[in-house]
Design a binder for this molecule. Sequence first.
Ligand SMILES: *[C@@H]1O[C@H](CO)[C@@H](O)[C@H](O)[C@H]1NC(C)=O
Ligand SMILES: *[C@@H]1O[C@H](CO)[C@@H](O)[C@H](O)[C@H]1NC(C)=O
Ligand SMILES: *[C@@H]1O[C@H](CO)[C@@H](O)[C@H](O)[C@H]1NC(C)=O
Length: 427
Amino acid sequence: MKSTVIFALFVVAIAAVGQVASDVVICNYEKFDLYDAMYKKRQDDFCVFQNVFMSTDVRYGDFMASSLDYQKIAFTNSRFPIVPPSLYRNFDDIRELYVRRCNIETLRVTRLVEKMYAGSNQITSVSIDGNGSNNLKELYLESNMIKDIANLTNLPNLQVLVLENNPKLGNTDFAMFSRMTKLWKLDLENTGMTKIINTLRLDLTELKRLDLSNNQLTYIDMHQFHSFPKLENLWLSGNKMYFMEMEPIRAILPEIRSIVIDDNYWGCQHLAIISKYMLDNGIIIRQGECKSRNIHKVCCSDTTDLVDNRYLIEMKIRSESKLEESVKTLERDNLALLDTVEEMRVQLNSLILNYTAKMEEMRQTAIAARPVADPVEDPDSLESAEAEDYAYYESEERHKVVEAEAIEVTTEKSSAEDVSSEQNRVE
Ligand SMILES: *[C@@H]1O[C@H](CO)[C@@H](O)[C@H](O)[C@H]1NC(C)=O
Ligand SMILES: *[C@@H]1O[C@H](CO)[C@@H](O)[C@H](O)[C@H]1NC(C)=O
Ligand SMILES: *[C@@H]1O[C@H](CO)[C@@H](O)[C@H](O)[C@H]1NC(C)=O
C-alpha cells in the first residue's frame, strides 16, 4: 500500500518534470552585479531566477518568490523566446527586469518597469504597455536584431536608450526621439547608419552623450547636431568619414568636450585642419592612439584624400535651393520698389499740375493787377519778378525730383548690396 503511494508520488514528480504546467520556479533574493548607464559596476538586491529553460511551453511555469512584492527581477543562465507572461502576472510591480542573454525574440515592457536590461538577445519586436503613460527610464537593447523602433517613440520618461549593435536598424531620423525630452544618453553605435538625418523641430535639451561610432558615416556637418545644445560627448570613431564641416562649433555646441574621430578615412590634409580647429577649441578628438601615419595621433592617409563627391554634391544642392530663395525674396522686394516708384510718379504729376495751375493763377492775377495805362512802368520788371517766382518753384520742384531719384537710386543700390551679400553668404 505504502509503496503504491510512493510510486504515485514518483509518477507526479515525473509528470512535473516532463510537463512544465506544474513547474514552480522560485527566485533567490540576493546581491546582483550589473552595470549602470555610465558603465559603473553596481550591486543591488534582486530576486534572481536561474536555469529557466522554456521554448513554446513558456506560458506554463509558475514564477514565485518568498515575497511577490520584489520589484527587481533577474534571470541568469536562462532561455525563453518571450519573458514568461506568468512572471508579469505574479509580480505585478516589477520596476527593474534583467533578462540579458536569454534568447528572447519578442519583448514586452510592462507599464511600471523603469529599467529594462534586455541586451544580447534575438529581439526583433518590442511592445511597451501603456503607450505614453509608461515609466521607462532606461532601456538597454544592445546586440539584438531590431529593425524598427516605431514602438519606442512614445517614452516621455526615458533618460537612457541603448540600441548599440542592432546593425539592421539603418538610418534613424533623430525626430524619432522627439518625445524623449529627458534623454541624456543615446547610443546608436553600429546600427547601420550611413548618414545623419535630423528633422527634429524641438531641441533635445538634456542630451549629453551621443554615440554614433562604428557606422558608415562618410561626412558630417556640425549644424546637423544643432538640436542638442547640451551635447558634451560625441562618438564618431570607426566610421568612413573623410569630411567634417566644423565651424562655428562653439556656437552650435557650446558644451562640447569631446568629438572622437579615430579610425576613419581621413586624408591627412583635411584632418590637420579639423583636428587643429578642435584642439584649439579644447575638444578631445581621440580614444586610441595611431602608430602609423597620423595627425595628432589620429590615423590618416596622404595618398587617399578620398575622392568622394557625395558631400560636395549635397552641399551644392543645398546652396542652390538657398539661392533660389534669395532670388524669390529679391523679386518680391523689386515689385515693392516698382510700386513705390509708381506712387511717387503719380504724386509728382499732381505736384506739377498744382504748380502749373498756381503759375497760371499768378499770371492771371498779375495781368489783372497791371494798371491799364501806365507808360512809365517798366514792362520787364513784372516779368522778372514772375521769373524769379518761377525760378523759385522750379528749383523746389527740381529738388523734389532729385530727392525722389535719390530714393530710387539708394533703394536700387541697397537691393544690389543685398544681392552681393547674399552671394557672399551662399559662397
Ligand atoms: C509594435 O508593437 C506591437 C504591439 O503593441 C507588436 O505587435 C509589434 O510587433 C511591435 N513592432 C515592433 C517592430 O516592435
Ligand atoms: C499613443 O499616444 C500617442 C500620443 O501620445 C498617440 O498619437 C498614439 O496614437 C497612441 N498609440 C496608441 C497605440 O494608442
Ligand atoms: C495741390 O494744391 C492743393 C491746394 O491748392 C493742395 O491741397 C494739395 O495738397 C496739392 N497737391 C500736392 C500733391 O501737393
